[in-house]
Design a protein around this ligand. Sequence first.
Ligand code: BGC
Length: 751
Amino acid sequence: MKNKSSLKILVVSILTLSMFLGCVGEDETGLKPYQDPNLPVEGRVKDLLKRMTLDEKIGQMWQASPDLVRTYNNFDEEKARKLVIGYGVGSFLSIAGEDTQKLQKIAVEETRLGIPILFGIDAIHGHALYNGSTIFPMPLALSSSWNPGLIEKTASATAKEVASTGVKWTFSPILDVARDPRWGRIIEGFGEDPYLVSQLGAAKVRGYQGSDLSSQDSILACGKHLAAYSETTGGRDYSPADISERTLMEMFLPPFKEAVNVGVGSIMTSFNEINGVPSTANTDLVRNILKDEWEFDGLVVSDYASVRMLYDTHYVAEDLEDAARCAVEAGVDMEMVSEAYMEHLERLVIDGVVPEKLIDDATGRILKTKFLLGLFENPYGSLDPSVINSRQHRNLALEAAEQSIVLLKNEGILPLKDARSIAVIGPLADDPSNQLGGWTGDQPAENVVTVLDGIKNNAPQRTKVRYSKGCDVLGEFDNIKKATRIARRSDVAIVVVGELENMSSEPNCRVSLNLPGNQGELVRAIHHTGTPVVVVLINGRPLTINWIAENIPAVVEAWFPGQEGGNAVAELLFGKINPSGKLTMTFPKSVGQIPLHYNHYPQKNWDHGKYGKRYVDIEDEPLFPFGYGLSYTKFDYGNLKIIPSKIDKKGEIRISLDVKNVGKIRGDETVQLYLNDVVSSVTTPSKELKGFKKITLNSGEKKNVKFTLTPNELSLVDRSMEWVVEPGIFEVMIGSSSEDLRLKGSFEIIE
Ligand code: BGC
């Protein structure tokens, strides 16, 4: 008996091993090993690769443009067949819904090996390019929630909606640490701090991918844009990053590393160059650091035509063929949209310029991703239309907006108490399409709750609400006089101003951070009526609203708050929610101060007697600091404990403190922990965020908050460019913003 079962185990093991090695043809059901879901993915990849021609492998490495299967915007069956059967294209960009089904059917049923297509789309704040889906606040807004759990939920809701339209891949999250508010794409990311971007980016990856990539509701995440894409010149999109290796390592790579740690399935290379080397041709960055050092085993995709850019924009390749060689050598597995791989890789391999093992590695990663996503078993997606803009997702969009809004100033006029009449004024008070933010397709206006709608929905009964647009954001319309008339007749004026959607996101940058157009004049005119004013900002970047911050008694930063934004703003105005958002970007007072961020090096603090002041025409302080945001209640901090006070380099430090809500109403506080490595072999920032916790406290309630610091949080890049923990004293600063630090203590790292 014993012998029989050992024999059986032996036979099964040999079979599994041989399938793993790709040596077996078909089983008795006619299934080839790669088609058998019960076999390990590695074995299936190996088996499939063995069956593929060079052409077929290269086809997998191409993500084709949607235009190639359309004629006059309609799906063109003939073109589709040519691409899918003729070229064996592995992926399509920006196709969702019905057309995915048609293309997939051709791939699965009519191609030689039946390899399913992987469709990819930008779903950065909900499945927003798809008509009728739920639109969440833009990422920079959402980052102001400082709530990874909430961000994870929005990503998983997005995944459900995306998967329901036949798409299994999104180009999100943006992991670019953004340090220049002129840059249009800061609205797509999570702000200026590498630790915060890492934590929130990881949450988004978890939300999209879930615990099992092959689940119907999961989609593949894509961390982008590797690397330093946000380190622009003059705030201009698509510009070179001229940075030190130290800045790259300390500032820009950590969020990508963290995404890899939590299992992100794909990474996108960026458009820009770093110190002369475009990312899409950067072997050191992609192959050596990402794939070898960090052991990333997912797929690397280029950004839109960034392979072609190697020769027609950066001029580091002689022609398209040379561009294909550079990118594939660097480790870019899939080419987005341009056709260098498609046209030239075969020749390059045949001529021995590119070893076929590079093609096998790239195709293997793509196939592996498709297996992991369960595409071979379920190529068509979840196809459950009921998830699109479901009640549950709309509620989540509301919760997300509620937590994203930052109260910048309140001289006691909020929450509104006895306003019997309200003037709602401003070009963005009732403009559904300019409330959603970039990367949004056509959306039904009726799905969007504007601030005017929200005020009508939430105002106490019998409140008179009057509306006047006042002026355009940009443009000729000017009816400021009418706006002042309705302001005079009202108890309070809510003035909603800011930026148009297309003033941020790719590639829309600005040289000025002032309120555009006549909006400043509008705010001043309403203020001069004597009616108390609340300014609500809808915008994509920190703005230099110095006059407003000084003169207007209440200022609310709503960012692009998504489809439920108007309700969230109104709830905040009427005190139905207590504001809890905190800034994740420093607000400068002047464009001339840029770069201005909280985690600067200590020399900036140098006070050289009477020459201490640097700018002769402005103070060096920001308008609003990183981590800042007001609440309708107050929190006391106390009882800081740091245990142990001395530890070796590998040890962990436990920090605990109490926070008490000493105000009259329930509220959320984001407790922020900053560290200063006091003396080190290289300069380190005077404070760096290394922990945060958002807690909810009822009036009078006290909670204990705990943090653990590991070598990860304590390390620095030393002079030999290694991440190390150095002995010495670390100062701990804990508080409510980077400038409002309530508790201080220290610990020591010993050899
Ligand atoms: C952007 C990427 C985006 C891609 C596909 C590019 O222009 O830089 O962020 O994912 O287009 O839409």
